[in-house]
Design a protein around this ligand. Sequence first.
Ligand code: FES
Length: 165
Amino acid sequence: MKITLNVNATPHDLELDPRTSLLDALRDHLDLTGSKKGCDHGQCGACTVLVNGRRINSCLALAVMHEGDEITTIEGVGTPDHLSPLQKAFIRHDGYQCGYCTPGQIMSATGMLNEVAEGWPSNVTADLEGDTDLTREELSERMSGNLCRCSAYPGIVAAIFDAAE
Ligand code: FES
């Protein structure tokens, strides 16, 4: 099946089995290996990318579902010479150990901070409505889809708070 995926503001013409996941299309067909395959079952968040600014687990999505969408991977948020504010904060706060989950953590945090800035979703819990000042508990809940097997959570949380300011 021929499709065009818009990834990091660049259109890519691909010929894919319609059963190909978005994660496999990114990694195996576009050589964008920053998005990691941890569980391949939607449980770890290592494969998180943004689709039209919202974070998703790319292992759970079929690539063909996202023709016409704006897909952003870790390769699209910064370069070694021009890191994003969140990437710089992860370095400052040692928000990683082995680094395997880091791309997913940064993509998820990027999407999460967008959500908070937009007041979305406004109905998660009553106390989150209209609240743009994240508490540690709220941040942990919103980032709960991204696991770190090394338990570098203190640095991850500190980095996200730093970047959010
Ligand atoms: Fe997609 Fe784990 S690889 S959630």
